[in-house]
Design a protein around this ligand. Structure first.
Ligand code: ADP
Ligand code: GLC
Length: 495
């Protein structure tokens, strides 16, 4: 099958969250299964042209009564297998992408011209295929930034080379929909009939994700449980109706993890490697982690870690909220150590700095670091992830793979990947709670700490159980193929 991923992020080129991990890892997994996969990305300012090969000739993209011109660069996706590499194409447009930031910068978190930038990207994908004279069977879009790809396919492009092409749209995060003033609809070159018939309209605004969800041949999200949750009012972010309406074509496919990068046996970021057969390396990593964060090196104090974007979705209010957050009492009342790596909302970064100056057993690094994230995943005893909602979540799967027990809220993909501890039988792979409240977090961390001190053999058995789970991409990639095949079959019948 020929598959084109249209995305706004992909590691190692551009990343704000798990979306970037997934676009690349899924592409590599599909290529391993023998499919021809290409990725279209913007050439953000931070991506060095010197490392890429330019494709000759400009690319013209019709937009709002004129044409936008860009250049195209390409390279192989790192990690590709030799005989079937994943080729990445970068759309280079100075005005739209020649600046710092992917979606925004701290002083302009959502660039004012984002609807225009991502309308451009979504339309450019089609021109790119024409230029390469390469037409995919499947156009696979991700989240609101490329949600217009299925719309353009359905209402503008489904002819000539694209006549047998189908579209898929993956929801990685329903909380971001790309809602903008409808004046921006002008840039799509589509008619107002499409605006009103396709679900662009959202209380007189323009909703890019909603239009995409109504237009794509198949839609999915990144775990089965989140697929169910999003069809309810509680988790639907006002699109539950659309998702229920599309339920026949809507599934949940759990993310995998990149086991080349996230594997305690071969991880290059950690000072000692280990496996379920020999856990001695984990203790060494814990000691280095404690040193790194300036904590006393004590093997028998439970160490709780967090690596996260500091944003409401991740439940950070309930942990770090001034005066009501649980971190203060957790660190004060319990004999533990707590380390955090994260960046995000300013209030939260400030609060974390203030806590770490007042609590001797709470240490944090504000920023982004691949290396420290591996060190925390490997060296901690517990990994805290109290998400408000979590489409899939990768960190809890990394934790399980590294023998670090996740403490998670029973929601989204967390519920699909973690089994709650049963202190009677010792079963389970982590600790779970239902309500997102500071006291639920406090109590559940307390429960884990109690088990650490009082049920140590059960804790060690849980670690090994988690490490034996298989979160590799292979089976998820097969489910994506099945979804593509269904779309292609339905489309063939329709024609
Ligand atoms: P989300 O995409 O919602 O942030 P995921 O769990 O799917 O959540 O993925 C988060 C990814 O981003 C993981 O790969 C995680 O390790 C990484 N990450 C988040 N914050 C940081 C940080 N400050 N430093 C390094 N990696 C981070
Ligand atoms: C989003 C979600 C996260 C998911 C990731 C990749 O950022 O918040 O749960 O793992 O996308 O699909």
């Amino acid at each position: 099958m020929k598959i084109l991923m249209a995305a706004s992020e992909a590691v190692p080129f551009a990343k704000t969250g798990g979306l970037a991990d997934v676009v690349s890892a899924l592409s590599l997994a599909l290529a391993k299964l023998g499919h021809e996969v290409r990725i279209a990305l913007p050439r953000y300012y931070s991506i060095d042209r010197g490392q890429l090969t330019q494709i000759e000739g400009p690319l013209g993209v019709p937009m709002g009564g004129r044409e936008e011109w860009s250049a195209i660069y390409t390279t192989e996706l790192p990690g590709s297998i030799k005989k079937n590499p994943v080729q990445v194409y970068f759309i280079d447009h100075e005005q739209f992408f020649g600046r710092d930031g992917i979606y925004g910068v701290p002083w302009e978190p959502d660039f004012l011209d984002n609807p225009r930038r991502f309308t451009f990207l979504s339309r450019a994908v089609f021109q790119l295929c024409r230029k390469l004279n390469w037409y995919p069977d499947v156009l696979h879009a991700h989240d609101w930034p490329t949600a217009l790809v299925p719309v353009f396919l359905k209402y503008r492009e489904k002819s000539e080379g694209f006549v047998n092409t189908v579209s898929a749209l993956t929801i990685h995060n329903l909380g971001y929909q790309g809602i903008y003033n409808k004046d921006n609809f002008f840039y799509t070159n589509l008619g107002w009939d499409v605006f009103y018939n396709t679900g662009f309209d959202d209380w007189n605004m323009m909703n890019l994700l909603k239009a995409g969800l109504n237009s794509a041949d198949k839609i999915n999200t990144v775990s089965p449980n989140y697929a169910r949750e999003t069809q309810t009012q509680t988790h639907g972010f006002r699109l539950d109706g659309v998702l229920r309406y599309r339920s026949v074509d809507y599934t949940g496919i759990l993310n995998g993890i990149d086991t080349e990068v996230w594997n305690p046996q071969s991880d290059k970021f950690i000072p000692a490697n280990y496996s379920a057969g020999d856990m001695s390396g984990k203790a060494k990593v814990k000691a280095v982690l404690q040193k790194e964060f300036g904590l006393p090196v004590e093997p028998d104090i439970p160490l709780v870690g967090m690596v996260t974007r500091l944003t409401e979705q991740k439940g950070v209010g309930e942990v770090f909220g001034p005066a009501y957050g649980s971190a203060w009492s957790i660190c004060r009342d319990m004999r533990i150590q707590f380390v955090l790596l994260g960046s995000g909302e300013a209030w939260c970064e400030n609060e974390i700095k203030s806590l770490s100056s007042r609590l001797p057993n709470f240490k944090a690094q504000i920023g982004y670091s691949e290396k420290i994230s591996h060190l925390i995943e490997a060296g901690s005893d517990f990994f805290l992830m109290p998400s408000r909602y979590e489409p899939s979540g990768l960190n809890q799967m990394y934790s399980l793979t590294y023998g670090t027990l996740p403490i998670v809220r029973n929601t989204g993909g967390l519920a699909d990947t973690v089994q709650n501890f049963n202190q009677e039988t010792g079963a389970g792979t982590g600790f779970m709670f239902d309500d997102l409240t500071p006291s639920a977090i406090y109590n559940t961390v307390g429960w884990a700490v109690w088990a650490y001190y009082n049920k140590r053999s059960q804790i060690e058995a849980m670690r090994l159980r988690g490490m034996k789970q298989n979160f590799s991409w292979e089976s998820s990639a097969q489910q994506y193929i099945a979804m593509y095949e269904q779309a292609l079959n339905t489309d063939a019948l329709r024609q």
